[in-house]
Design a protein. Structure first.
Length: 60
């Protein structure tokens, strides 16, 4: 799975954390962190992010 987070773009709004059904995202002082083992590649976070900061890999 290829995951990309452009941390410079991130607004730290927390929206992606809220829509993740498996709690794979965490907002830390360094920005968004992803637990790739939990992610089911649903794409919710990518669709929701207002600045296009997240690109989710895997099968969707
Ligand atoms: S793509 Fe992964 S990290 Fe993003 S909302 Fe879905 S399960 Fe969570
Ligand atoms: S939705 Fe986008 S801007 Fe908001 S915290 Fe997540 S990655 Fe950052």
């Amino acid at each position: 799975m290829t995951w990309e987070i452009e941390r410079k773009k991130c607004l730290r709004c927390g929206g992606c954390v809220a829509v993740c059904p498996v709690d794979a995202l965490v907002l830390t002082e360094n920005g968004i962190e992803i637990d790739e083992r939990r992610c089911i590649s649903c794409g919710n976070c990518e669709k929701l992010c207002p600045v296009g900061s997240i690109t989710v890999g895997g099968n969707r």
